[in-house]
Design a protein around this ligand. Sequence first.
Ligand code: GDP
Ligand code: MG
Length: 374
Amino acid sequence: EETIQVKELAEKMNISPNEVITKLISLGIMAGLNQDIDFDTASIIAAEFDYELVMPLSSSEEIEEKLIAELDYEDSPEDLVLRPPVVTVMGHVDHGKTSLLDAIRETSVTKKEAGGITQHIGASTVNVKNKEIVFLDTPGHEAFTSMRARGAQITDIAILVVAGDDGVMPQTVEALNHAKAADVPIIVAVNKMDKPEVNPDRVKQELTEHGLMPEEWGGDTIFVHVSALKKQGIDELLEMIALVSEMQELKANPNRNAVGTIIEAKLDKSRGPVATVLVQKGTLSIGDAVVSGSSYGRIRAMLDDKGKRVKKVGPSTPVEILGLSEVPNAGERLYMVDDDKKARDIAEKVRIKNRDEHLKATQKVSLDDLFERI
Ligand code: GDP
Ligand code: MG
């Protein structure tokens, strides 16, 4: 718990300690010159004198920040190589997000494979003219909100699906706002073009009102007409994704300790905690020690999006991992560390930090109650 001496607080604000003591009394707090007052009380006093107190990081928060800086360090530009783009599909319910993802997966597999492939994890890698594109099944808005809240940006491109017969709907607007806030380029897929009642120009008109002006109208948003049902326009959509990703010059260093983000995780009855992680930097291999929040362990096995066992994976690869001590949170970062002892130490520090945060939250409530009574 952070505290400050009455004397010190007065000094910082350049106000006589007597004035501070008088203010404290008016709040019902009897405190002498050398008495420690807690951070919240000090903030209230400070506000009375038009000062704002900035919460110093707790020691556990500081430790975590240092650790992250150490594990998720910036790479030098010369170590970076091109990596595949990571794409999320967003849009209003029933506009065809799932159907579009299915159509993309089906058109990308060879005839021989088709039918034999079952979706294994919540992400898939698709091959387009020998270039890979990674699609996340996570609903776009979740990918943006929960993950961004944890400081992780996982999506490079957003596909905004709009049913051509239905037009722009509330969740369409919500989705495009999330993508804009995250500064992620948007490609619009006007879907259900097989239906006779579609009106793609109306979709363009409506989206223009939300700042997405089609290229043919002088703007810079790419619109592609598709039918997920009839599998039409899928190749063009994939080409546009490849084009936009080329312009972004997405890069990562494959030769470093891996850093990734948990896409989804669950407890499997026979296999224990199972997590799908998107590796974003570095290379993750079987046997590597990893930590994600308060979960840690050694990678016991890895499976790719087709359910095939793999030994090591590089940047922009979604894989299912086994070997964690507990189920991590979706959106949490995953770090590879040098050995399991270190992984366990970090996980323990995070656990303490989480507990501290919980305590702080409950203390805050009781303090507020106290002031209300006064
Ligand atoms: P989601 O809620 O956005 O994931 O939408 P779905 O993929 O579940 O599709 C909702 C409904 O629209 C389903 O009944 C689909 O069969 C239908 N649908 C999706 N794409 C098309 C399309 O291109 N044409 C037509 N006619 N129907 C489609
Ligand atoms: Mg769906």
